[in-house]
Design a protein around this ligand. Structure first.
Ligand code: AMP
Length: 191
């Protein structure tokens, strides 16, 4: 089973993906994590995307599609969870082609709905917690980048809601509920 978790930054996609990895042996494909890893290890690609990511803008479709393509070639285990990908219509089309090429299907798209105010709150807390735990906050977890990230979501990613609705893949769930309740809603969708 291959699924997409769709929602704005701070909606809880990563948390739910982590639970699906544990419970269903699925593989989490987070383009954000892959890009951050490239940034940290200082690869050419990492250097290229660093500033764009820190500002909160989207990196090019070509780069993220390339990252996903590499991952689809490996072991598929219980299926893929696309977390933070696709984020544009071009990426969604590319994903459909890549899945078709490897004989896979897209089984569900789960939209996690949350209010902007809650998002801002969650992200500010995420940054504080990271620092309190002795780590560093994400470079893009600040008020200015968050504004840009939300704008990118509404302009470039939210059109995917209509796209997947038209394809008959979309289920929207309440992302404001507790993590356990959201997990139960996800489980209902996946059956
Ligand atoms: P995330 O961890 O999903 O919030 O992603 C962090 C940042 O990585 C985003 O703000 C973008 O700069 C970049 N990024 C992650 N996934 C994508 C994607 N699918 N398309 C374009 N940029 C992405």
């Amino acid at each position: 089973m291959n699924i997409i978790l769709l929602g704005p930054p701070g909606a809880g996609k990563g948390t739910q993906a982590g639970r699906l990895v544990e419970k269903r042996d699925m593989i989490q494909l987070s383009t954000g994590d892959m890009l951050r890893a490239a940034k940290t290890s200082g690869t050419e690609m990492g250097k290229k995307v660093a500033e764009v990511m820190d500002r909160g803008e989207l990196v090019t479709d070509e780069i993220v599609i390339g990252l996903i393509r590499e991952q689809l070639e490996g072991d598929k285990k219980g299926g893929f969870i696309f977390d933070g990908f696709p984020r544009t219509l071009a990426q969604a089309d590319a994903l459909a082609d890549l899945l078709a090429e490897c004989g896979e299907t897209l089984d569900a798209v789960i939209e996690m709905q949350v209010d902007d105010e809650v998002l801002v709150h969650r992200i500010v807390n995420r940054a504080k917690e990271a620092v309190a735990n002795g780590g560093a906050a994400r470079a893009d977890d600040n008020a200015e980048s968050l504004k840009v990230r939300l704008m990118a979501y509404y302009k470039q990613t939210a059109p995917l809601i209509g796209y997947y609705h038209a394809k008959g893949n979309l289920t929207s769930i309440d992302g404001l509920a507790s993590m356990d309740e959201v997990e139960a809603s996800v489980a209902d969708v996946l059956g």
